[in-house]
Write a new protein. Structure first.
Length: 106
């Protein structure tokens, strides 16, 4: 999507394949970021990220209880080693890798 759709693209033909939903989601993500005055980039351009948010729709009533069980962090495969090192630096004694089974990504 990022390779073929630029800010000047006005008309996009969308097929009916099972993965087309991911194309639309990516386009909407980019538009939302730009419309709100944020900088759109990737980890190569910004290797040091201050904060990452992947949703804010969780129910926080039992948040304290969930922390005892651990906090899941989604990590792209090539960043795994760096994230593990950072977690250990922050005081996480035993970060555990759990592969996603029912997601579209890794």
């Amino acid at each position: 999507v990022d390779e073929y759709i630029s800010p000047i693209t006005k008309v996009v033909g969308i097929g009916s394949g099972s993965t087309v939903v991911y194309v639309i989601e990516r386009i909407l993500q980019r538009e939302l970021i730009v419309q709100n005055g944020l900088t759109l980039g990737d980890v190569d351009a910004y290797p040091e990220i201050d904060v990452t948010i992947d949703g804010a729709d969780e129910n926080s009533k039992v948040l304290g209880e969930k922390w005892i069980q651990g906090v899941p962090i989604e990590v792209i495969p090539f960043a795994y080693t760096r994230v593990i090192m950072a977690l250990k630096t922050l005081g996480c004694d035993n970060p555990v890798l759990r592969m996603a089974m029912a997601k579209a990504g890794p």
